[in-house]
Design a protein. Structure first.
Length: 235
């Protein structure tokens, strides 16, 4: 009798252990599935943002070295997606987005509307944050990080100024000279205030100033040189 009870106890213990093992296996599989889905969701957002940044900055004429850093970052993410979900719709979407970024013509983008400018600046900010992360992780030297930051800063300034110039030209064709002049002065102010060396600003200023002069010719007067200099700055 005692032996029978021991057998029953052993059987119950074995069944319990098997049940616990099965439950653990199921729980672990569910956990792994959830973790995989969360990781893929994060990778999807990061990869699309990176590829969109590449396309947008490439269209704006961003330096190839910066685009290469972004592309390398995107390829690491795409490789992980291919391992986690090789035959998924996500993989197809990512490949299509990568092809779009690759086909984008350098420096051919037009950022004239407020919506276009906002989108461009979103990806400038995204890229700056990404480069800072690379710096913290030792994937980018401090010197390169500073150089790339300055390049992105000037690219942003240039695109904003170019947008004002384009809008001014549109108003000129509509014979709206006061509005055109306002946009040209905004473009000049953006360039003048930029914290970059003068030689970097000068080509833009040389482009803007003649257009301002053409719309608002300088009046002949006998005022002092200081007043003339102030007028030239404000024009």
């Amino acid at each position: 009798m005692l032996q029978d009870n021991l057998i029953y106890i052993v059987i119950i213990a074995v069944i319990g252990a098997i049940a616990l093992a099965i439950n653990y296996f199921i729980s672990q599989r569910e956990y792994n599935t959830t973790a995989k889905h969360e990781r893929l969701d994060w990778l999807r957002k990061q990869t699309f943002n990176t590829l969109d940044a590449i396309a947008t900055l490439k269209a704006a004429g961003c330096k190839p070295e910066i685009l290469e850093k972004l592309n390398n970052h995107a390829m690491v993410q795409i490789e992980e997606i291919s391992q986690l979900a090789p035959d998924s719709d996500l993989m197809t979407q990512v490949n299509n987005q990568k092809e779009t970024a690759d086909r984008t013509a350098p420096g051919q983008g037009v950022f004239n509307s407020d919506k276009d400018l906002k989108r461009f600046q979103i990806y400038i900010n995204f890229t700056e944050k990404l480069l800072n992360q690379m710096l913290k992780k030792g994937k980018l030297s401090p010197l390169l990080a500073e150089n790339y930051g300055q390049e992105l800063y000037w690219l942003n300034i240039s695109i904003v100024a170019d947008a004002h110039i384009h809008q001014a030209q549109q108003f000129i064709t509509q014979d709206e000279k006061p509005l055109a002049l306002s946009h040209l002065k905004h473009a000049k102010a953006v360039i003048v205030r930029a914290m970059v060396p003068q030689q970097k600003k000068q080509p833009k200023l040389d482009l803007i100033q003649p257009q301002i002069t053409a719309i608002q010719p300088r009046k002949t007067n006998h005022r002092g040189a200081l007043e003339d200099s102030i007028d030239n700055f404000l024009k």
